[in-house]
Design a protein around this ligand. Structure first.
Ligand code: NAD
Length: 296
């Protein structure tokens, strides 16, 4: 049993914290939102009144926060984690943030004598609740080894991607590929339909041919061929347009600082920005299909 502080008990963190408590860890939970803390207590954690109370006896601190500015604030501001944590504790940030932010926060934390890994996740709230997330981890070998058993309690795949920030790099490169492939899959279904092929026939062929990809076979944006996909539920998210857009923006930001210039990643960012601006940020990102068909 490990003593863990969990900060950020939202859509993702709530389920992750519950899984740590369920596996027998001693979890002290904190969020600015009192209802989220109450849910964590129902799931077996104990309530902390502030960051100090959450972290002071913890061996491991896990955070699951909205964006880079929250991560910086929670770790580095006065009264934050580095001010109050016990000596030798390890920090695991599971939030999706910019690669540069992950690297700079981790460097500052290390200067203060703590170890930190970035461990963003793939998988949505269902995987967070079920404990089946995939973690992509950036950090030193020994920090990764310490983090692994805690991550195993919340996920089914844990990968060490290399040095600090590499977890975030893996996450945004993967999600850029996903955004591009979802739009391309939608374009292919639309073209096939306009040329006289019905969706199931095109799916049967392309899913066994070289166009096969996850966006088609696991999450088909055209209603019908994959019954569990959000396209069969009026594109209820799932993984919302706004969340995809966040990751595509992070990918573009990282690409600029790495001089990588991905034109299709940029086009996908512009496509999802337009969907979001038109009021569709809450739809599942596979609603790309509706935009390609001209329905929204
Ligand atoms: P969320 O907004 O539901 O939860 C974030 C929580 O952090 C909130 O409860 C908020 O009150 C809390 N918080 C913010 N600032 C705080 C502070 N200073 N101190 C304490 N608590 C604070 O977000 P989410 O959907 O759980 O996502 C969390 C992270 O996971 C994001 O970085 C997101 O990009 C990433 N992610 C989300 C999904 C998804 O499907 N929702 C999937 C993969 C990755």
């Amino acid at each position: 049993m490990t003593s863990i502080a969990f900060i950020g008990l939202g859509n993702m963190g709530g389920g992750m914290c519950a899984n740590l408590a369920k596996k027998g860890h001693d979890v002290s939970a904190f969020d600015l939102n009192a209802e989220a803390v109450a849910r964590a207590v129902e799931a077996g954690a104990s309530a902390a009144q502030d960051i100090e109370q959450a972290v002071r006896n913890a061996e491991i601190v896990v955070t699951m926060l909205p964006a880079g500015k929250h991560v910086r604030q929670v770790y580095l501001e006065s009264g934050g984690v580095t001010d109050c944590a016990a000596e030798g504790s390890l920090f695991i940030d599971c939030s999706t943030i910019a690669v540069d932010d992950a690297r700079s926060v981790s460097a500052e934390v290390r200067k203060l004598g703590f170890d930190m890994v970035d461990a963003p996740v793939s998988g949505g709230t269902a995987a967070a609740d079920a404990g089946t997330l995939t973690f992509m981890v950036g950090g030193e070998d020994d920090a990764f080894e310490r983090a692994r058993s805690i991550l195993d309690a919340m996920g089914k795949n844990v990968f060490h991607a290399g040095a600090s920030g590499n977890g975030q790099a893996a996450k945004i490169a993967n999600n850029m590929l996903l955004g591009v492939s979802m739009i391309a899959t939608s374009e292919a279904f639309n073209l096939a339909r306009k040329l006289g092929l019905d969706a199931q026939t095109f799916f049967d062929i392309s899913s066994k041919a070289s166009g096969q990809c996850w966006s088609m076979t696991s999450y088909c944006p055209e209603p019908g061929p994959v019954p569990a996909a959000p396209s069969n539920r009026d594109y209820a998210a799932g993984f919302a347009v706004a969340m995809m857009l966040k990751d595509l923006r992070l990918a573009q930001e990282a690409a600029k600082s790495a001089d990588a210039a991905p034109p299709f990643g940029g086009a996908a960012e512009a496509f999802y920005t337009a969907l979001d601006n038109d009021g569709h940020g809450g739809l599942d990102f596979s609603a790309a299909m509706k935009r390609i068909k001209g329905e929204i």
